[in-house]
Design a protein around this ligand. Structure first.
Ligand code: HEC
Ligand code: HEC
Length: 270
């Protein structure tokens, strides 16, 4: 064996020792933070420890959450945001509406040919006016509405007014064939005018995402492709690990929630 080979062998061994040593160093703190309760119990956690603690309870880290994200990480692509995205959702005075399509009409059992903006959710002034989820907006004052662009344009026409007539098609859900009726309500703004509708595109997708809906055309007609446009998981679905509670709270049965089972199943008890 010549001296070069010996040196090489020594170098490889040294590198291995380094790598193993490092991995050990990384693994150790993680394995001690397996119990989320333990970290949560610490009076003031160091800022860096917080995401680690919550990760145990649920995947807050988008990278680890979805299989598609892992693939995206392996071959990083720049985010792709098409200039001319089709809009599909609009918001105005408490209305949350989306384009009524043939596909939606079929899924929701509306007769074919209904065009307008389907209200998915109604709150605030829209709710006070008498609108309901499932109503299809077909006219704002004198302007017909057949798509999202119309919806925005028609709302612009009344933006500075304090009230406007909204005509909708409402489906009667009583047994029997679906019956449509048209009705008109008056939408009122408390102050400052009605303003106009804001539009939104479809959510961002990852390069490898399967489509959950029927074929609608080229993905990039409607979706930006990339990461960071959407908070994942949905903020409404984030749950934090249950905090540590006192023995006293357990004996007195002090709970901030409905019965879920024996306290020790979920809480560290001090
Ligand atoms: C004409 C517009 C349009 C086209 C084209 C389209 N989508 Fe969508 N997609 C939507 C809309 C709108 C949604 C929102 C929910 C729904 O309507 O099902 C959506 C939802 C999704 C979602 C769920 C995203 C989330 O965060 O909830 C994925 C994934 C998706 N589409 C993938 C695809 C893929 C892949 C293609 C191409 C093969 C594609 N879409 C083509 C409009 C479109
Ligand atoms: C199945 C799991 C589970 C069980 C069993 C359970 N809890 Fe909880 N508890 C939670 C979670 C999760 C939270 C965090 C807030 C929430 O989700 O309501 C919580 C929050 C609390 C809080 C509020 C603490 C704070 O600092 O905000 C108290 C007090 C509490 N629980 C008491 C109890 C008691 C007493 C029992 C037994 C009688 C019990 N819990 C059983 C899951 C549980």
């Amino acid at each position: 064996m010549n001296s070069k080979l010996v040196l090489l062998a020594v170098g490889v061994v040294a590198a291995l020792v380094l790598v193993i040593g490092r991995q050990g160093g990384v693994v150790a703190p993680q394995s001690t933070s397996v119990s989320p309760q333990m970290s949560a119990a610490a009076p003031v956690a160091a800022p860096i420890a917080f995401p680690q603690a919550t990760n145990v309870a649920m995947a807050v880290e988008p990278m680890a959450a979805a299989g598609g994200a892992v693939a995206a990480m392996e071959s990083p692509l720049p985010n792709f945001v098409p200039r001319n995205l089709k809009v599909f959702e609009g918001h105005w005075q408490g209305m949350d509406g989306r384009l009524m399509t043939e596909e939606l009409a079929r899924k929701l059992n509306y007769p074919r040919g209904v065009q307008g903006v389907l209200l998915g959710e109604v709150t605030l002034n829209a709710a006070f006016s008498g609108l309901l989820g499932g109503d299809v907006v077909v006219r704002i004052d004198d302007t017909p509405v057949t798509n999202m662009e119309d919806f925005q344009a028609a709302s612009r026409n009344v933006a500075n007014r304090s009230e406007a007539r909204i005509s909708v098609i409402r489906k009667d859900n009583r047994p029997g064939a679906p019956v449509l009726r048209k009705l008109t309500v008056v939408l009122r703004a408390a102050e400052g005018g009605l303003g106009f509708a804001q539009l939104e595109g479809a959510p961002m997708i990852l390069p490898g995402d399967p489509r959950p809906h029927g074929y609608r055309g080229a993905c990039t007609d409607c979706h930006p492709v990339g990461q960071g446009f959407e908070l994942s998981p949905d903020p409404d679905l984030i749950s934090l690990p249950p905090p540590a509670i006192t023995r006293d709270a357990v004996t007195r049965g002090v709970s901030s929630h409905e019965v879920r089972g024996p306290c020790e199943a979920c809480h560290v008890i001090n």
